[in-house]
Design a binder for this molecule. Structure first.
Ligand SMILES: [Zn+2]
Ligand SMILES: [Zn+2]
Length: 132
């Protein structure tokens, strides 16, 4: 049984989509950061999970104009580039939280469980090659 943390509030602010989670965590997602993570079939190849969205086609000032819940588990955003088909699950959003705390936690765990379509953070384990 998987526990999913859900948002208490999602605020579309000027420079970020700010999610306040029920566990009092706060995730400030820059608009474009989220837009580039759109999980819809236009932005990600469903077969390979590869991201097909070309970041160059996304305006640098793209913004979430509106939001609507997608079932109990996620949310859709209406983007200023007229894109809205992606459903961002709360699980994915929380996992993508850009805050420092989560960044450090991710760096610690760092076991890729392979089902995220994340191409290229390039964090190869370094320095483990020569056990002394
Ligand atoms: Zn999309
Ligand atoms: Zn966080």
């Amino acid at each position: 049984m998987e526990q999913i943390i859900v948002p208490d509030a999602i605020n579309l602010e000027d420079d970020a989509v700010v999610i306040l989670w029920e566990d009092a965590h706060r995730s400030p997602f820059p608009h474009r950061y989220l837009r580039l993570r759109c999980p819809c079939a236009n932005c990600v190849d469903e077969m390979s999970g590869k991201r097909t969205l070309d970041p160059d086609t996304v305006p640098s000032d793209v913004k979430a104009l509106d939001q609507l819940p997608a079932g109990k588990y996620g949310i859709q955003f209406l983007w200023s580039d007229a894109h809205y088909t992606g459903i961002y699950t709360y699980k994915v959003l929380r996992a993508a939280c850009p805050c420092i705390i989560c960044g450090e936690a991710r760096a610690k765990v760092n076991n890729s469980n392979g089902n995220s379509a994340d191409g290229g953070a390039g964090d190869l384990p370094a320095g483990d090659a020569n056990p002394s």
